[in-house]
Structure formats: structure tokens, C-alpha cells
Design a protein around this ligand. Structure first.
Ligand SMILES: *Cc1c(COP(=O)(O)O)cnc(C)c1O
Length: 443
């Protein structure tokens, strides 16, 4: 470095770190985060990307916009309600409040009256049983996959899990239910064919080796045409005859039937039809936090709860709190989006289109998250040029539109009405700033 090298003017680390604002930020974010931010900005000055006198203001700006999590709130303008890449179900306001409560010390396993240990997650369990009186008991584990793993491992024991070939589902990202079930050593006994399975197919497979009967709702696809399956109430007669438990994995998690999704099975009906245990996810149509719910006969649920594997799959207090609040609280954002009033949706979309000067087109929303694959949810979208998609995604707040057929579609179904103005502002900015974010093209 020569004497006139401008890099000599870059403020030194110790001087920067002693800035009062950075001291405060250190208490909030931790010293590692602050040190690395300081170093990154200094490096940009060393490489000549920014001037030495800009180092301090840039560090202060970076620190003030820095959040404790790298996750960013995204406005979901895709029309897909349970969007896996956006974290599935957005939680209701009461669930968010419950999360904050649970974040501190809470009586999750303590009876305050006696000062002794109590059962974990009693509140969540009671809320579930109130919401689903057909179940005698309930158990909450980490997710739907964990619930299935627990039920099949424990109930089948060394025996076989009997399942139809039409129900060997891949749930996404390469995860296949049959492989999951076999991963703990359980053995699968596949019956029937891909499109047709009859009661006699099950019957031929049942015997001394049978551990349990499993019925899986193939939530993310439909086989149509020459098909048949065996309903839960008919499997019940076999389960009784051979004295084996009947497990039903419904996936999405309607507790009761919903007229918008006439083909989506629900927990209450499956239990009424004779399932011993029904499995659903907490963060699909139930609209709560990630969880796997096992609902059913008390004796069976108790057996599952006492198994050592249950401890490895248990949920934390945050989940239990959010789940209880979801189940006993008001309509969730998921259900609100599912039942969005088309007339109101159109008015909102037209207001957006007027403000930004674009067309309104018909656009079907989707359940998403591997639910109701064939069910269009009639609605509308604001139709923008495709080039608006990138600046929308990379704006602040990020807005995720649907890119389809050479257009960028903004669907307000999953956007809370209070956020419409933010969407309008974001779209106006995106139309002014078309795809000018360097290095993000095609990402
Ligand atoms: C989604 C789904 C699962 C897995 O549930 P996760 O909560 O994602 O672990 C299992 N079975 C079916 C039928 C599903 O749809």
C-alpha cells in the first residue's frame, strides 16, 4: 500500500466497533454477526467497490436492516394456499401470540397447583378432542411423516404393513411413504394393482404375519378411469376378523368435511368408519404449525405414546402452543383463503389492476401442499408482463407471483386484505424497475 493509497482511509475495525450504535446492535444481534458485517463492508472498500468514507454509513445501514432470522416475510400472490416453498400454512394471529407466550418458561409439563410434573401438551390434546369428538384420544408428533413412522413401527411390530399398490405415494422432494415405513425395519405387503384393489386382495394377504392394515389417502394425485379401492368401513370388517389395527393416513387434515373440497376425506368420517388411528398433518388444511396428529382409540394412542420412538418424534412447546391456538381459535388464514368470496376477490383484483394499469384475468387458486390436486378454486389475477416477476420477488417486501404462459399473475387469494396496499406499491415499483437486479437473472 502506497502513502496515497485510498485504502489507508478505510476506518479501522476497533474504531468502527466502538460506535455507540454498533454497541447497541451487538447486544441485540450478537458480536459475531456485527463483526462479520463490519468485515464485509470493509472488504468492499478494500476492493474499491465503495469509497472509504462510505464504510461507516453502510455498516450502520446494514446493521439497522439486519433481522435475527434470515427468513423473510413473503406476500404469497401465487393463489396456492398451502405453498410448500413458503412454509405451508401461515399461522393465525392467535397462534402467533401463542408462540410468543410459549417462547419463555411455561407450564408445559408442570401442574402449578401441586408443583409436580404433568402430562406434556395437555392443552393441545384437549383442544383437538373438542374439535374432533369422534376421537377418544390424540397424540402430537413432529410431522405427518413422523406420525406414520410411529404408527406403523409400533403397531405392525415384526409383522407386515398391508397396503394397496394404489397408495404407495411419493409425498414430494423424493420422499416416498413406502420407503419411510420400511426405514425402521417394518415390512410392507403390497396388495392389488395401481388402479384397482379389492377387498379380496387384502383378505388374501392377511394372516399370522400381518401387523397392521394401512390405508393412505393419495392426496397429491388422482387416478381416474377404471379404478377401485376399498373403503375404510370395509377394511374395518377385515381388521376385526384378523384382530389387527387399522391405520388411516389422510395427509391433509380436515377434521370435518368441507363442501369446497368434496373429495377430501376428513378425520371424523374416517374414525366413524372404523379407523383405529387417523394421521394428519398440522400445517396443511388444518392451518396450523408443522405437526403430525394421531387421533383415534385411546388404547392404541396410549400404546404409541409410551413407545420410545414417541420421545424422539415429539414436538416442542412452540408447536403445542400454536396448535392449541389454531384448533380452538377463529377461522385460520388457510380456511379463509379456501373460502375466499369470489366477488370480493374480484373487487380487490380490479382495484389493484386500476392502480397499476393492467388487465384482470380469470385465475384458479389451488389448495397446494399435496391436497385437492384436481380442485380449481375459481378467482382472478392481475396480469402483468412476465418481466415484473423478478423485481416483485426481490423487492421489499418480496411478493411471489405466479409466472405462467409468458405472464406474471398476481393473485390476491392468499394475501390478507390489509396488505393489498403493499402489493399495489410493490407492483408499481416492479413495473418501474423491470428485472434490474444484477446477478439474480434466472434464479
Ligand atoms: C403430506 C402427507 C404426509 C406427510 O406429512 P408431513 O406433515 O409433510 O410430514 C404423509 N401422508 C400423506 C398422505 C400426505 O399427504
Amino acid at each position: 500500500m502506497g502513502t496515497h493509497d485510498p485504502r489507508r482511509l478505510i476506518p479501522r475495525t476497533d474504531r468502527l466497533l466502538s460506535h455507540p450504535e454498533l454497541r447497541l446492535a451487538r447486544a441485540r444481534l450478537g458480536s459475531d454477526v456485527i463483526s462479520s458485517l463490519v468485515q464485509q463492508v470493509q472488504d468492499r472498500a478494500r476492493s474499491g467497490e465503495i469509497a472509504p468514507e462510505d464504510v461507516e454509513p453502510q455498516i450502520l445501514a446494514a446493521v439497522s436492516s439486519r433481522r435475527a432470522t434470515s427468513l423473510r416475510t413473503v406476500l404469497n400472490a401465487t393463489g396456492v394456499i398451502v405453498h410448500t416453498n413458503l412454509g405451508r400454512a401461515p399461522l393465525s394471529q392467535v397462534s402467533r401470540e401463542a408462540l410468543l407466550t410459549a417462547a419463555g418458561y411455561v407450564d408445559v409439563e408442570l401442574d402449578l397447583a401441586t408443583g409436580t410434573r404433568s402430562g406434556r401438551g395437555i392443552g393441545a390434546r384437549q383442544a383437538l378432542l373438542r374439535a374432533c369428538p369422534a376421537a377418544e384420544s390424540a397424540l402430537v408428533v413432529n410431522n405427518g411423516a413422523a406420525a406414520l413412522l410411529l404408527a406403523t413401527t409400533v403397531l405392525a411390530g415384526p409383522g407386515e404393513v398391508v397396503i394397496s399398490r394404489g397408495e404407495l405415494v411419493e409425498i414430494g422432494a423424493g420422499f416416498r411413504l413406502p420407503e419411510l415405513i420400511e426405514s425402521t425395519g417394518a415390512r410392507l405387503r403390497e396388495v392389488g394393482t395401481t388402479n384397482r384393489t379389492h377387498l379380496r386382495d387384502y383378505e388374501a394377504a392377511l394372516g399370522d404375519r400381518t401387523g397392521c392394515l394401512l390405508k393412505v389417502h393419495p392426496s397429491n394425485f388422482r387416478i381416474s378411469g377404471f379404478t377401485s379401492g376399498v373403503e375404510v368401513h370395509r377394511l374395518r370388517t377385515l381388521a376385526d376378523r384378523y384382530h389387527v389395527p387399522l391405520v388411516v393416513d389422510l395427509g391433509s387434515g380436515l377434521l370435518e368435511p368441507d363442501h369446497v373440497l368434496p373429495d377430501e376425506p376428513d378425520v371424523a368420517s374416517a374414525l366413524d368408519a372404523g379407523a383405529d388411528v387417523v394421521i394428519v398433518s398440522g400445517d396443511k388444511l388444518l392451518g396450523g404449525p408443522q405437526a403430525g396428529l394421531l387421533l383415534g382409540r385411546a388404547e392404541v394412542i396410549d400404546t404409541l405414546a409410551r413407545h420410545p420412538l414417541a420421545r424422539a418424534l415429539r414436538t416442542d412447546k412452540l408447536t403445542l402452543a400454536a396448535l392449541e391456538a389454531t384448533v380452538s381459535g377463529p377461522v385460520t388464514p388457510v380456511v379463509a383463503a379456501l373460502h375466499a368470496d369470489p366477488v370480493r376477490l374480484r373487487e380487490r383484483t380490479e382495484a389493484l389492476a386500476r392502480a397499476v394499469g393492467c388487465a384482470v384475468v380469470e385465475h384458479d387458486g389451488r389448495v397446494g401442499g399435496g391436497g385437492g390436486p384436481d380442485v380449481p378454486l375459481p378467482g382472478w389475477a392481475a396480469r402483468l408482463p412476465e418481466r415484473a416477476a423478478l423485481p416483485l420477488r426481490t423487492g421489499d417486501p418480496p411478493v411471489l407471483p405466479r409466472v405462467h404462459d409468458g405472464a406474471c399473475l398476481v393473485d390476491l387469494r392468499c394475501i390478507p386484505e390489509d396488505d393489498d396496499e403493499q402489493v399495489t406499491t410493490a407492483v408499481l415499483a416492479a413495473l418501474e424497475r423491470p428485472g434490474d437486479v444484477p446477478g439474480l437473472e434466472g434464479s
